[in-house]
Design a protein around this ligand. Structure first.
Ligand SMILES: NC(=O)c1ccc[n+]([C@@H]2O[C@H](COP(=O)([O-])OP(=O)(O)OC[C@H]3O[C@@H](n4cnc5c(N)ncnc54)[C@H](OP(=O)(O)O)[C@@H]3O)[C@@H](O)[C@H]2O)c1
Length: 347
């Protein structure tokens, strides 16, 4: 009823899609074979449900493919030629934006919005194409990630100042997205430099992205004035080294033990400094008012007016579904301020 069918023209890949292959039975136990993973698509509308008035056949769109969410179906997974999208998680793509650019938006945007705007997270003021200053500062640790680039832009559009971290070569890019200042995420002195920069300022909290980000954000918020809440995007230990298939428990058990130990360490550190933390589920805006607020109310005007840039920049790995494993492998090796994309359909 409230869905559209698109012919997919570009798919972006995310770290989570690799993890579903190796530890899907733990992180998405509701997904059973045959399953189609993937969250990020852009394409052309080829059919609309009876309740749809916002889209027509032929429209160019980008949307959050919900196939990995509990209770959804394979027809909603991104890694296929035609995908069903929910209207409230889809935005029109203006003519000046390519499908490749559109495909980098959904999961990074949705995850950032969940952390910044949900009432049980940072509960920040909502974004607008004419932001009014709130007089508060958000810390985004890991600003060059896909989640981070979106968080910077959303927070700026909501009227907040942003202090971010990244590798220094990405600082100019993050400033171009609206960050007020960018610090080197590799430097051990960065937390104290940020604490110094925030002296006398009101902080609305932090978004912690990347391994090591939570500890740094706890130390910063524990020493600054304002809301002591961190929205967490990343667990304390990487699951990247866990292989898929037989024999994985040999690697997985020590990783899970480090995960538990890491969580206990961070919980105690946060408690001692009066800081609250909560882990984001990127698909949550599908089930609350944040998804429609972003995809219906904010994004269409912000993309059309150029106030919001799909970021990080897309890098096309190749054409055709068979290239997706290549893109996922490239993703595993690491990207810097880039989103890997596979194109489909007529060239
Ligand atoms: N909770 C959720 O629902 C959810 C949803 C989506 C993503 N995530 C998680 O969010 C994280 C980022 O995902 P993504 O897709 O946005 O990433 P991505 O775009 O693939 O991230 C690439 C960037 O990560 C940065 N980076 C690498 N290691 C880092 C670290 N230890 N600390 C801070 N930054 C680091 C690098 O920045 P520099 O080049 O500047 O060094 C690089 O530019 C991942 O851990 C992912 O699993 C969680």
């Amino acid at each position: 009823m409230d869905e559209i069918l698109i012919s997919v023209r570009a798919i972006a890949v995310n770290p989570f899609e690799r993890l579903i292959q190796s530890v899907g039975d733990i992180i998405t136990p509701w997904m059973t074979y045959p399953a189609i993973v993937g969250s990020d698509v852009a394409g052309e509308v080829i059919a609309v449900g009876p309740n749809i008035t916002r889209f027509r056949v032929g429209d160019r769109v980008a949307g959050f493919a919900a196939g990995e969410e509990k209770g959804r179906r394979s027809a909603e997974g991104a890694f296929q030629e035609q995908v069903i999208l929910t209207e409230k998680m889809t935005a029109p793509l203006p003519d000046n934006l390519s499908f490749e650019a559109g495909s980098v938006l959904p999961l990074g945007l949705t995850t950032a919005a969940a952390g910044l705007f949900q009432s049980d997270f940072l509960a920040m003021r909502h974004p607008s194409i004419q932001p009014v200053s709130v007089g508060q500062t958000l810390v985004v640790w890991g600003g060059a990630t896909s989640v981070g680039c979106n968080a910077i832009q959303l927070a700026v559009a909501a009227g907040y100042d942003v202090i971010a971290t990244s590798s220094l070569q990405n600082a100019p890019y993050l400033m171009s997205l609206g960050a007020r200042a960018v610090y080197d995420r590799h430097s051990p002195s960065t937390p104290s430099a940020i604490i110094e920069a925030l002296r006398g300022r009101d902080v609305c909290g932090a978004l912690a992205i990347g391994i090591g980000s939570t500890k740094a954000c706890i130390d910063i918020l524990g020493a600054t004035k304002g809301q002591r809440f961190i929205a967490l995007a990343t667990p304390p230990v990487s699951l990247d080294a866990v292989p898929a298939g037989r024999g994985r428990w040999k690697t997985l058990i020590p990783v899970l033990m480090r995960m538990v130990a890491g969580n206990i360490f961070l919980t105690l550190r946060a408690r001692r400094r009066g800081v609250k933390t909560k882990f984001i589920w990127g698909g949550a805006p599908l089930h609350n008012d944040i998804g429609p607020m972003i995809y219906r109310e904010f994004l269409p005007g912000a993309l059309a007016g150029g106030q919001y840039k799909p970021s990080p920049e897309p890098e096309v790995v190749g054409h055709g579904l068979e290239v997706i494993p290549v893109a996922l492998e490239r993703q595993r090796k690491g990207v810097s301020a880039r989103k890997l994309v596979v194109t489909l359909g007529p060239r």
